[in-house]
Write a protein of this length. Structure first.
Length: 104
């Protein structure tokens, strides 16, 4: 993956870029809050699916064990994908903001 402007910043500059992005408009603030909620939801889904895998493994449920594992696996996959994608979207939004800010 190519490094973009956001990835080349130091930690302090990244925090400042995020705060500037949020302060620019209400649309940016709502988008950033939605990404935060998506991140929390994906973390919760990942933890929940791992716990349910453990419970399904340690308790012998007759008849529905295969479906329980399949449902847990699907939840785990989608939770991890949501976590990765929200991070990529956050970086893309802030990178576009930094590029447009530089051009002004």
């Amino acid at each position: 993956m190519m490094k973009n402007k956001y990835m080349r910043l130091s930690k302090e500059e990244k925090r400042k870029a995020e705060s500037d992005y949020i302060k620019e408009s209400d649309k940016n603030k709502s988008a950033f809050n939605a990404l935060k909620r998506l991140k929390l939801l994906s973390i919760f889904g990942t933890i929940y699916s791992i716990v349910m895998f453990a419970l399904d493994f340690f308790t012998n449920l007759t008849g529905s064990t295969v479906w329980s594992f399949i449902i847990d696996a699907v939840l785990l996959v989608f939770s991890v994908l949501m976590f990765v994608e929200q991070d990529r979207l956050r970086i893309r939004y802030i990178n576009n903001f930094l590029i447009n800010k530089k051009g002004k």
